[in-house]
Write a protein that binds this ligand. Structure first.
Ligand code: URA
Ligand code: SF4
Length: 260
């Protein structure tokens, strides 16, 4: 998909969300909050649901929790405009109560479709409810700061999931805020490794047809990874959004990865 096609697809989803009445959260909302961000991004942040300020503005993470999210992103040199930010439920639960299972289930197709359009390399879950979608059965106190592969049934075809505490929880508890800075410090390295894995998979998929065309069989074990056509085609839209300061780097260069 081109950037314009992704933009149009995301806007289509957002329009459906704004008109949605599939669960009882529609009744209490002022504005639905579909989510926002760079359609070319490689990284999507998924929170729980809109709060008071988000409900008024129709935008995700614009209140106090959003302030911390922006500071967390800033600590690794990223800006909120460079990622995509959304929630498990798109309408505010009354009095900021937790979303209920049937509400999460009713809203899930919108998140799944957003993930299908964005095809992110990394999904960052913020809080328990978002973690529950991508790491069912996990406990946030144990898995925050860790990753696992996304189940493609979430809509994220080939992504790494990083679990983090919810910024609102981190605002209430200094220890969790400190750990959130440590967890997000891993993000650039996680992105790089996911990007490398996806490029290798795309190159490996591209090699057999090239070999068939040439009537040869692969001799080099490194050929799959090094094929520029496959890797370049796969990375072009991603590299346009989030660029590394250096070529694929060792893990200790994680903090040098920057956006734009
Ligand atoms: N908390 C969330 O989970 N999402 C928002 O958008 C804002 C606060
Ligand atoms: Fe529709 Fe989701 Fe809002 Fe429920 S929370 S009304 S499913 S958009």
């Amino acid at each position: 998909m081109t950037r314009d096609e992704r933009l149009a697809a995301l806007e289509q989803i957002a329009n459906e969300v704004r008109a949605c009445s599939a669960c009882r959260l529609a009744e209490g909302r002022t504005r639905a909050v579909p989510g926002e961000g760079d359609p070319d991004t490689e990284v999507i942040f998924v929170g729980e649901g809109p709060g008071f300020n988000e409900d008024r503005e129709g935008r995700p993470f614009v209140g106090r929790a959003g302030g911390l999210l922006v500071r967390l992103l800033g600590s690794i040199g990223w800006q909120r405009e460079s990622v995509f930010i959304t929630n498990v439920v798109k309408c505010r639960p009354p009095d900021n109560r937790d979303p209920e299972p049937d509400e999460i289930a009713a809203c899930a197709p919108y998140l799944r479709r957003q993930l299908e359009v964005l095809d992110p390399a990394v999904v960052v879950t913020l809080g328990r409810y978002s973690m529950g979608t991508f790491m069912p059965g996990a406990r946030i106190g144990q898995v925050h700061g860790t990753t696992r592969p996304a189940d493609p049934s979430t809509g994220a075809r080939d992504a790494t999931v990083l679990a983090m505490y919810h910024p609102a929880a981190a605002l209430r508890t200094p220890a969790l805020e400190r750990e959130s800075y440590e967890d997000i410090a891993r993000l650039a390295g996680i992105l790089q490794r996911s990007r490398d894995r996806r490029a290798a998979a795309a190159a490996a998929a591209a090699v057999p047809s090239a070999e068939q065309a040439a009537g040869t069989v692969a001799a080099s074990p490194t050929g799959a990874v090094a094929t520029p056509a496959g890797a370049g085609a796969a990375q072009a839209p991603l590299g346009a959004s989030i660029q590394t300061a250096e070529p694929p780097a060792p893990a200790d260069a994680e903090s040098q990865l920057t956006l734009f």
